[in-house]
Ligand binder design. Structure first.
Ligand SMILES: Nc1nc2c(ncn2[C@@H]2O[C@H](COP(=O)(O)OP(=O)(O)O)[C@@H](O)[C@H]2O)c(=O)[nH]1
Ligand SMILES: [Mg+2]
Length: 355
């Protein structure tokens, strides 16, 4: 049964970068992955692309041929893809059975909030056995302004109601958040989305004219009780691992490597440990419903890493990278030395020509 993600969010929210990061993470973990680019305007795709919509249709061609603007052209492309769904289905069937499939959607928000084509295609995929989660990326910059945060809440709620998938909202680029000044509240206020009434003062200050409207939207979002956020800094391994666990939990995916799988480099190999300390590979359900381990699993740690003690952590990480760099150089030097000695010994063994 193929598992996967529908990666959506506004233009520039970090969708393609996230897909690339996930590709690197999964390669390091020896998890199979395939990425499907569904954005016909994606010129420079950073990741290796298993299926690319631009071999079916491109935005430029549609705009020229039908005299459409970029937004109309994009919707046309999605409708064209839906009309040619078998093109996508044939290519998906050719992917390996255990591939984890990421769908990189275009950034036009209407595609994930009210246009029907993508939603219908997702329904067909889930009917064909795909277990998908929607991963909705929102630039974390928006939480620095109360009225922008309200618009992100509404957008996220709308996408959740429209796509009808297990849904994970993510504040992306959290590593940049300290650059936009001090937050009115701790980060957990924005990720947990409870007690939005506290936004009243900030909303009066930023947009007094629309305060009532914004507060009405806040109470609507709270009434649904659906919206919450995870955080993401794509270059932070812990952040990516935490998000991966959250999404696996949402789709019900428990990855069990095949018995002959190569252990990833640097992984703790505790096969020799006593049985009580070894991970229980057979207990799929308890690993699926177990607590989230790891350093970025609590939003207070995220706040400490990227806001409160950012400089200290940056300095510590740089020192670790330096150490790793020296260790790698040392290893390469040793290998080189051994190779050279091998060559010298071989040269000695070659008999001298007598002629
Ligand atoms: N600092 C930082 N920059 C990011 C992160 N994710 C994406 N970006 C940058 O945001 C920009 C837009 O990203 P892109 O993946 O093209 O967005 P898309 O339009 O949603 O696909 C690029 O310059 C990325 O390098 C992140 O986690 N941290
Ligand atoms: Mg993109």
């Amino acid at each position: 049964m193929p598992f996967g993600e529908v990666v959506c969010g506004a233009p520039g929210s970090g969708k393609s970068t996230y897909c690339y990061g996930k590709n690197q993470l999964f390669n390091a973990l020896n998890r199979p992955i395939a990425i499907v680019n569904l954005d016909p305007a994606n010129d420079s795709i950073p990741y290796p692309c298993a299926i690319d919509i631009s071999s079916l249709v491109t935005l430029d061609a549609v705009m020229q041929e039908h005299g459409l603007g970029p937004n109309g052209g994009m919707l046309y492309c999605m409708e064209y893809l839906e009309a040619n769904y078998d093109w996508l289905e044939d290519r998906l069937k050719k992917l390996s059975d255990d591939a984890y499939v990421l769908f990189d959607l275009p950034g036009q928000v209407e595609i994930s909030t009210n246009h029907e084509s993508v939603r219908r295609m997702i329904r067909r995929l889930t009917k064909n056995g795909f277990r998908l989660a929607a991963v909705h990326l929102c630039d974390a910059h928006y939480v620095t302004d109360a009225s922008k945060f309200v618009s992100v809440l509404m957008l996220s709620l709308r996408a959740m109601l429209h796509l009808e998938l297990p849904h994970v909202n993510v504040l992306s680029k959290i590593d940049l958040i300290a650059q936009y000044g001090e937050l009115d509240f701790n980060l957990d206020f924005y990720t947990e989305v409870q007690d939005l009434a506290y936004l009243e003062n900030a909303l009066t200050a930023t947009s007094p004219r629309y305060k009532e409207l914004n507060m009405a939207i806040c109470s609507l979002v709270e009434d649904f009780g659906l919206v919450g956020f995870e955080t993401l800094a794509v270059e932070d391994k812990e952040s990516m691992l935490h998000l991966m666990r959250i999404i696996d939990k949402a789709t019900g995916c428990v990855f069990v490597p095949p018995p002959d799988a190569r252990v990833p480099q640097g992984a703790v190999n505790n096969t020799g440990a006593p049985p009580t300390q070894r991970p229980n590979m057979f207990s799929l359900m308890s690993s699926a419903i177990g607590p989230m381990p790891g350093p970025r699993s609590d939003v207070r740690n995220v706040q400490e890493r990227w806001i409160d003690a950012r400089e200290e952590y940056d300095e510590w990480e740089r020192a670790q990278w330096r150490k790793e760099g020296i260790a790698v150089q040392e290893q390469a030097r040793k290998k080189n030395h051994i190779r050279q000695r091998g060559v010298q010994t071989r040269d000695k063994d070659i008999p001298m020509s007598t002629s």
